[in-house]
Design a protein around this ligand. Sequence first.
Ligand code: 4NP
Length: 154
Amino acid sequence: MRVLFVCLGNICRSPTAEGVLRHQLKEAGLAEVIEVASAGTGDWHVGNPPDSRTRRAAQLRGYDLSQQRAQQVSAADFERYDLILAMDNSNLGHLQAMRPAQAKAELDLFLRRFEGAVDEVPDPYYGGEQGFERVLDLIEDACRALVIELRGRL
Ligand code: 4NP
């Protein structure tokens, strides 16, 4: 099974989700059967590592994002992945607009996996350190719910 996280730039939210889910899948013994990746709807940062603030905040919680490089989502991803999860409604709208007819991938808002108070992971790019902690909090909770869901699908 293949899961793709998508945000705008692929340097803050979706790389964090990729790193957190990979970590949790390893802990759950599912790393060999579920592939995780991330991409952005925009192309500004293609080829770049995640934002240094994102990497630092993730590192402090034990997630290593240093090997990741930003990529832009493409129509082919709708055939390659089984589940594509958008970080916010803007990302979701963009993906819906580019989704090929009869695409294989299921497309949804990531936080629908976790019954919390919000349904979007807020973009931390133009804010302070606190925003990056909030991103991690939301993503860790939603990934826990996602691991349970994915286990049930295998
Ligand atoms: P992300 O954050 O979508 O979580 O990676 C952003 C990164 C870069 C920009 C916007 C959001 N940007 O405008 O360059």
